[in-house]
Write a protein that binds this ligand. Structure first.
Ligand SMILES: C[S@@+](CC[C@H](N)C(=O)[O-])C[C@H]1O[C@@H](n2cnc3c(N)ncnc32)[C@H](O)[C@@H]1O
Length: 402
């Protein structure tokens, strides 16, 4: 068939059930790949409209089977915890605690829970795009099991994040430590995935400090917490702030996000606000209706406020030597680490000399800190008036204004 091929052979079986299937388009494989990369999947597009900016009241295990392969950029899953709470929890004054003893959290055994998790995690992997990633959140009751299944299914673990709650529920019986955090696992579909991570945006979000894997955020309270007749609608509604950070960090504007356990719709609400697309499934009608109402009331942030900062890796490469060639910094100038503990002299060829060590800005910095590699652009600083500024600031001056 050479470079020319028929679409029906290339696109997965979903095209077969779509209205386009009678059309025998021919196209060269390069243009076809481009169109697929841009999400223009012919019949797949019309199928995907069923799963875009919609939520469904149903069982994820059933609905997932109907979703085409490689459809989503991100999955966020907040599954049942399998907390195995038997007796009702009480405060010292005998009042009842609204813990998670809901029906949706009950499983017959660990085996039963494991079977459930393996099924949905496997399906989520199938429906993720090759460069997609997944977040799962849980407590000590279930997060280790989720991590085990993720690795067995060949997801590639990228981080675990501790969500430290600054207002956790106390341990009323005083028999254990206050359970003050939940754990999130972030994993890409495979080791090779070129997953989205808006590093620069997150750094900026965090006052120019690299975002760490321990996040302190309050639990969902106040106006944000959905209530009916004074009672919480859902026992585990997640705070929008948590989803804001996740969606901002690991998706781009227009990306499609899936939540198989939507609850009150937090994922969809934040996705909509941030100009992302969403699809969610919730089994319980009461929660589904609450989510629907909440999503309808949500306004999208203005489009021109939704751009993310470009990561350095995706910017054109500018070598350190260019700064010298362009006269932004002179040979002989001293560079310093941010604490002024070390200094190095710039040579005319763009190398640095620091005591007995010489080499590139990266090699000399790595040698000083005793690491295999180090980003010299952020390690080295130049004197600007009374202050030290990273040499990366000089590199920024050479970038074309977009
Ligand atoms: C931990 S809660 C999610 C809360 C949600 N993140 C929020 O912010 O409101 C888990 C949810 O999964 C739902 N659920 C449990 N099993 C399900 C299934 N098989 N399919 C769809 N939803 C399910 C439960 O009804 C519950 O609302």
């Amino acid at each position: 068939m050479g470079l020319r091929t028929t679409i029906e052979k290339v696109i997965d079986p979903y095209t077969i059930s779509c209205p386009d299937r009678n059309h025998q388009h021919t196209i060269d494989s390069i243009s076809l790949k481009k169109k697929i990369d841009h999400g223009f999947n012919f019949g797949l597009n019309s199928i995907m409209s069923k799963f875009t900016n919609k939520i469904v009241n149903g069982n994820s295990l059933e609905i997932l089977k109907k979703i085409p392969d490689k459809s989503f950029d991100l999955v966020f899953a907040d599954p049942p915890y399998n907390m195995q709470i038997g007796e009702k929890l009480k405060r010292p004054d005998d009042s009842k605690v609204n813990g998670v003893n809901d029906k949706w959290d009950q499983f017959l055994s660990f085996k039963d829970y494991d079977g459930f998790c393996k099924t949905w995690l496997k399906e989520c992997k199938r429906i993720l795009k090759d460069n997609g990633s997944i977040w799962v959140i849980g407590t000590y009751h279930n997060i280790f099991r989720l991590g085990y299944h993720l690795q067995n299914l060949n997801y590639w673990l990228l981080n675990d994040v501790i969500w430290r709650k600054n207002n956790p529920m106390p341990n009323f019986k005083g028999t254990r430590f206050t359970n003050a955090h939940e754990t999130l696992i972030w994993a890409s579909k495979s080791k090779k995935s070129k997953y989205t991570f808006n590093y620069q945006s997150l750094k900026c979000f965090n006052d120019d400090l690299q975002m760490r894997s321990d996040w302190t955020l309050p639990i969902c309270n106040g106006k944000e917490r959905l209530k009916k007749n004074g009672k919480k609608v859902h026992s585990t509604q997640k705070p929008e702030a948590l989803l804001h950070r996740i969606i901002l960090a690991t998706t781009n504007k227009g990306d499609l996000i899936f939540d198989p356990f939507l609850g009150t719709g937090t994922t969809a609400v934040v996705a909509k606000k941030l100009g992302r697309q969403y699809f969610g499934i919730e089994k319980d009608k009461k929660y589904f209706l609450a989510a629907n109402q909440r999503i309808n009331k949500t306004n999208i942030i203005e489009d021109d406020c939704l751009d993310t900062l470009q990561n350095n890796k995706s910017k054109p490469r500018i070598p350190f030597g260019s700064l010298i060639e362009m006269g932004l910094i002179k040979p002989g100038t001293l560079l310093f680490d941010h604490k002024r503990k070390y200094n190095a002299k710039i040579m005319a060829d763009g190398s640095l000399k620091c005591q007995q060590t010489e080499g590139s800005i990266h090699k000399v910095a790595a040698k000083i800190i005793g690491a295999e590699s180090c980003n010299g652009w952020t390690y080295w600083h130049y004197q600007s008036g009374d202050n030290l500024k990273p040499i990366d600031d000089l590199r920024e001056r050479l970038r074309p204004v977009s």
